[in-house]
Design a binder for this molecule. Structure first.
Ligand code: GDP
Length: 418
């Protein structure tokens, strides 16, 4: 049961973007931060030139992806509801390191980016397996649909055959390579046509006749996957009836969170096509902090474990997952709060180091600004100024609470390939 105090968490998504080098992680992240930052931070930007300038400036200043966790807002295009999306920087391209483990521990879901001209490459397989090991639900983004050799069906087939996953195509591209001009939303059955490469002029219409054959084929695959995990959709499927949009979203969401379905989307981050639909899918299919298993803690000097459900009114438990040096404020300790509420100016206990520490100021990092806050609640991520001795991987609990260490994820030893 979700209490009133926890209700904000239904509109929270803590995600990472995982990809092997060159698939387009940086470009996709930049576009996401652009779209999510637009209404809040940019103000009077209407024409495309200004948008591009802004992205260039951000790239030069390197702000967008240097924060270990960036807080963004996204209004779902179909429902109009606003969500907080925290984007956690997953260390790129590293195998089975402690860094990967830390970032995987603080996110609840991920977007796996593929280069659709390459299909699933050996390196993208590695990234996928890492997410498997850490039990991270994910959606797949078949990027670079504009590139020569791009094939959505190649990615779809590879995800099934090479990764052995139940891939559910929830989109289909209108055209590929230089002809790529839009995306068909197979759940809501609408065509999104992009009228320029700036992503700010989109026509939403009925699906053009020429695509109907492919659309039925792909949609049947999607419904079949949804029917596997949801009885309502299964009943309709067996009776040859069409499930509603709500039923489909609910079923695919359930399957994704249970890691039984992997929704597959397409687009071109470079050409600003499909990024808004990708954000809608993050909201539709990836879990809120309330839908992932509660993190466990080990009680000192005993075999007991305690759970920390995502509740701002519970006992405070947080994990420090990244330390960064900031030229203005000094040491920034990035934390994820799992339970309870962390207050600025309070004392916390670093259970790993067995040390009491004073919390100074608290910050939420946005794409192009930072916001000082007085508290960080369960499910939130932000940076603490003032912690002197806390390092990455340390557990922070309330001052005076029983000493508990957050458990690391049980990950089998990496298989060393000779
Ligand atoms: P990362 O290594 O995964 O972070 O990849 P980047 O985002 O740096 O992209 C690698 C290269 O692919 C860059 O030259 C990008 O401009 C290019 N790229 C990224 N997205 C797309 C896309 O949608 N279409 C095309 N054609 N190129 C892209």
């Amino acid at each position: 049961m979700t209490t009133k105090a926890q209700s904000y968490l239904t509109h929270f998504r803590n995600i990472g973007i995982a990809a092997h080098i060159d698939a387009g992680k940086t470009t996709t992240t930049e576009r996401i931060l652009y779209y999510t930052g637009r209404t809040h931070n940019i103000g009077e930007v209407h024409d495309g030139a200004a948008t591009m300038d802004w992205m260039e400036q951000e790239r030069e200043r390197g702000i967008t992806i240097t924060a270990a966790a960036t807080t963004a807002k996204w209004k779902h295009s179909a429902t109009g509801e606003e969500y907080t999306v925290n984007i956690i920087d997953t260390p790129g391209h590293v195998d089975f390191t402690i860094e990967v483990e830390r970032s995987m521990r603080v996110l609840d879901g991920a977007v796996a980016v593929f280069d659709s001209s390459q299909g699933v490459e050996p390196q993208s397989e590695t990234v996928w397996r890492q997410a498997d090991r850490y039990g991270v639900p994910r959606i797949a983004f078949s990027n670079k649909m504009d590139k020569t050799g791009a094939s959505f069906e190649l990615v779809l087939r590879d995800i099934k055959e090479r990764l052995g996953a139940i891939a559910a195509p929830i989109q289909y591209p209108m055209g590929e390579e230089s002809e790529f001009k839009g995306i068909i939303d197979l759940v809501r059955m609408k065509a999104h046509t992009y009228n320029n490469d700036l992503g700010d002029d989109i026509t939403i219409s009925e699906i053009p006749e020429q695509y109907m054959g492919k659309v039925s084929e792909m949609r049947a695959q999607m419904i079949e996957a949804a029917a596997e995990v949801d009885e309502d959709v299964m009943m309709k499927f067996l009776e040859g009836e069409e499930p509603t949009v709500e039923e489909l979203v609910k079923a695919i969401r359930k399957g994704t969170i249970e890691k039984r379905i992997f929704p597959v989307l397409c687009g071109s981050a470079l050409k600003n096509k499909g990024v808004q639909l990708l954000l809608d899918a993050v909201v539709d299919y990836l879990p809120s902090p309330l839908e992932v298993p509660a993190i466990k803690g080990k009680v000192e000097d005993s075999e007991d474990t305690v759970e920390f459900p995502a509740d701002p009114e519970g006992k405070m438990a947080a994990l420090a997952f990244k330390i960064m040096a900031d030229p203005y404020v000094g040491r920034l300790t990035f934390v994820r709060i799992y339970s309870g509420t962390l207050q600025s100016g309070s004392y916390v206990y670093n259970a790993t180091k067995e040390k009491r520490e004073r919390v100074g100021r608290l910050l939420k990092m946005h794409a192009n600004s930072r916001e000082e806050v007085t508290e960080l609640r369960a499910g939130e991520l932000g940076a603490v100024i003032g912690l002197k001795d806390s390092g990455t991987g340390n557990t922070l609990i309330g001052d005076g609470d029983d000493r508990v260490l957050l458990e690391s994820i049980d990950v089998p030893e990496p298989v060393i390939k000779l």
